[in-house]
Design a protein around this ligand. Structure first.
Ligand SMILES: NC(=O)c1ccc[n+]([C@@H]2O[C@H](COP(=O)([O-])OP(=O)(O)OC[C@H]3O[C@@H](n4cnc5c(N)ncnc54)[C@H](OP(=O)(O)O)[C@@H]3O)[C@@H](O)[C@H]2O)c1
Length: 315
């Protein structure tokens, strides 16, 4: 089958498109998905360049490696013990963190528990990029920060993949929401009820009241001032998995980092909200699989307005 592989850790130049990668089969409790769209996430480039903690768990025999943790597509094969999914069903979801994913390929085998049925009327490109950012924002806003209507929430990186979801979920929880972002994201943030703060023009510690919750998807350059700005007794959620919670803990701040797992009930709920128009996933760019290196370059620049998705059957 066709797949984008890397043979070693390194730059985006390491990607190679091959047409003869061994096709997966559906093991017990798994289904094989014919991938229409694969979401591209910062975790992918952190595995590609070897900097993620997950990269440290990879062995020589894992290469050539197919990256990609989430996708949407159609079920091609159903393994033993799978209930509720049939060949031909449209599905989307994300691989659990102890699974290598392999979604940058025509076919991928995923545990059935990692998947949900795709709702009618929602494009696979949207569903292919929804799972990871949607579940992360859900854990950040509801499980960790426990946002209520009494909260003033500040989201750093509100125009990004996780940030834009977090903004919308915090608004849905009834909070007042400020979001740092560059000017090009301002209108999109206002359209979902957030108050944008252009970080290139304004100091967020001056432009916003003291937040009771800060969700920091940026971290570098925002962590220190956020600790100073957070209201007494506030909650701080840091996004990068390798963020150092030590300084916040030393100051007695309630600090946490999301850790996510596939959750069908939540995937269903996220997709239902997208389908009824109460949650928006912005697709910044759809690129064909052969442009996977370009997709990583764009994402690594760190200013993507939304999600980058690979169109896998696309030429
Ligand atoms: N812990 C977990 O389970 C988990 C899960 C998912 C993601 N993550 C991590 O979360 C981080 C964000 O992921 P993502 O998918 O949302 O990335 P992303 O889509 O690339 O978004 C990053 C956003 O940050 C904005 N930005 C850059 N510098 C900024 C600054 N100084 N102030 C405010 N905004 C700034 C950029 O937009 P502008 O044009 O506005 O600059 C961009 O839209 C990554 O480190 C990722 O690895 C963690």
């Amino acid at each position: 089958m066709r797949a984008a592989v890397i043979n070693r850790f390194g730059s985006p130049d390491e990607f190679e498109i091959v047409d003869d990668f061994p096709a997966p089969y559906a093991g017990e409790g798994e289904v094989v998905v014919r991938v229409t769209a694969a979401g591209v996430n910062p975790l992918d480039y952190k595995i590609r360049d070897g900097s993620s903690g997950m990269a440290a768990q990879l062995r020589d025999e894992d290469f050539p490696l197919v990256l990609g943790r989430e996708c949407a597509g159609t079920i091609e094969e159903v393994g033993a013990g799978v209930e509720g999914f049939e060949v031909g069903d449209r599905v989307f979801g994300m691989a659990p963190l102890d699974h290598k994913g392999h979604c940058y390929a025509e076919l991928t085998a995923l545990p059935e528990a990692a998947l949900a049925h795709s709702p009618e009327g929602v494009d696979d490109h949207v569903l292919g990029g929804l799972s990871l950012v949607g579940l992360t924002a859900w854990v950040a806003v509801e499980d960790l920060a426990k946002v209520t209507p009494d909260d003033v929430v500040l989201v750093h990186g509100g125009g990004g993949g996780v940030g834009f979801m977090a903004v919308q979920l915090a608004r849905a929880a009834g909070a007042q929401v400020y979001a740092t972002a560059s000017a090009r994201n301002a209108q999109r943030l206002e359209s979902v009820g957030a108050i944008p703060v252009d970080y290139n023009e304004q100091d967020f510690t001056q432009a916003t009241p003291r937040p009771t919750v800060i969700i920091d998807t940026v971290y570098f350059g925002t962590y220190e001032p956020s600790m100073d700005h957070l209201a007494e007794g506030g909650r701080l959620v840091l996004l990068p998995s390798l963020a150092d919670v030590g300084p916040a803990k030393e100051r007695g701040i309630d600090v946490s980092i999301p850790s996510i797992a596939p959750d069908r009930e939540r995937l269903d709920a996220l997709a239902a909200r997208v389908a009824d128009g109460t949650l928006e996933l912005t697709i910044a760019e759809v690129l064909p699989l052969r442009e996977v290196a370009r997709a990583h370059e764009i994402l690594e620049e760190g200013h993507t307005p939304g999600k980058i998705v690979l169109d896998v059957p696309g030429d």
